[in-house]
Unconditional design. Structure first.
Length: 164
């Protein structure tokens, strides 16, 4: 199959919206504005090109993480499959939309910082007493501290692997 794979960099125009599909999956929709720049030798300065608005669709886990992480105005880098949609507007005129079925989405760190948080899996969530809020021992452990994740314990600097 031959698809148009591309990467876009732009700013989110509104908070993402969540849409439930007939098969029970979730699709998240957001729009980004992409404005290209070029050096205009006639005026000896950079000039903005026309702003293009692209609709981004993210499904399943990617969509859920987008809902938790992305807000209006944030700069994103999005990669995926490019397509177009055509429909007829209320006035009878033909309308077109540029769409991207996202495979990966991230914040553009050129313009700020970000902190990555991996979502917990169900088996990683500690057993908590509803009345007291106390963390209970896991099924195979007598010590409640064993129910905590590894991130709650400080590690010796010598045991950390290099980041490269």
């Amino acid at each position: 199959m031959r698809d148009i794979q591309t990467t876009l960099m732009g700013n989110v125009t509104a908070d993402p919206s969540e849409h439930k599909q007939g098969d029970g999956t979730t699709t998240v929709k957001l729009r980004i504005a992409v404005t290209g720049r070029y050096y205009n030798t006639a005026v000896q300065d950079f000039t903005d090109r026309k702003t293009e608005f692209i609709t981004i669709f993210a499904r399943r886990a990617l969509g859920q993480n987008v809902m938790r992480s992305v807000r209006r105005g944030q700069p994103l880098v999005v990669t995926g499959r490019l397509s177009t949609s055509e429909w007829q507007g209320e006035d009878g005129a033909a309308r077109y939309s540029l769409n991207l079925q996202a495979e990966a989405i991230g914040h553009d760190l050129t313009y700020g910082t970000s902190v990555f948080t991996k979502p917990l899996r169900a088996q990683d969530v500690p057993n908590v007493d509803r009345d007291s809020g106390e963390i209970l021992a896991s099924a195979g452990s007598a010590d409640p501290e064993d129910a905590l994740t590894d991130t709650d314990e400080e590690e010796d600097e010598d045991s950390l692997a290099p980041a490269f």
